[in-house]
Write a protein that binds this ligand. Structure first.
Ligand SMILES: [Zn+2]
Length: 177
């Protein structure tokens, strides 16, 4: 239903930067060709991610999201301009993540998703535990608070966003027949 995750990680640098960029562009081409959304990972690589997305968008649009978002507001807004979605993890609930909450507050609700990134990044009050899908409710609750909407509204919005982006997933898979 999607392509990825892919992208750039200049924190771990498990592969040379040039090789990461080459693979990232190949995945972008696959997304453009198939219409499947690209799941983008970016860590300590905001500038290069923005540059590559912009260059590739010039060649033809492709759908996608920035997963486990923890980058700058500038990158988030650029991605939204490209038609991308932004997916928030348990980081949103961390005490020191004030800047990320401000970014989430500024972004349009119709472009936001929540995710676990399990087994990592369990949200408060489960922080430090092995993350699991059921914990995403805490991330969603924090996002609802940040956006000033009810938990039910937030759930509906993020579910609709998911279905719009992951267009191969049938509605029945989420809502039942
Ligand atoms: Zn990732």
């Amino acid at each position: 239903v999607g392509i990825g995750e892919t992208g750039l990680d200049f924190f771990y640098e498990h592969s040379p930067r040039e090789a990461q960029e080459t693979a990232f562009r190949a995945h972008i081409a696959a997304s453009r060709e198939t219409g499947l959304p690209l799941i983008v990972h970016t860590r300590d690589a905001d500038e290069d991610t923005a540059r590559i997305l912009a260059e590739e968008m010039e060649k033809g649009a492709f759908p996608g999201l920035l997963h486990c978002f923890s980058s700058s507001r500038q990158l988030a807004e650029k991605a939204v301009d490209f038609g991308f979605y932004i997916s928030l993890s348990g980081i949103l609930t961390f005490k020191k993540a004030e800047e990320l909450r401000e970014t989430a507050e500024a972004l349009p609700l119709d472009r936001l998703l929540v995710e676990t990134d399990a087994p990592y990044l369990a949200p408060v009050p489960k922080r430090g535990k092995r993350n699991e899908p059921s914990f995403v409710v805490h991330t969603a609750a924090k996002l609802a608070e940040v956006k000033g909407v009810s938990a039910a509204e937030l759930a509906e919005a993020t579910t609709e966003n998911f279905l719009k982006l992951f267009s191969r997933v049938p509605r029945e898979a989420v809502y039942g027949a």
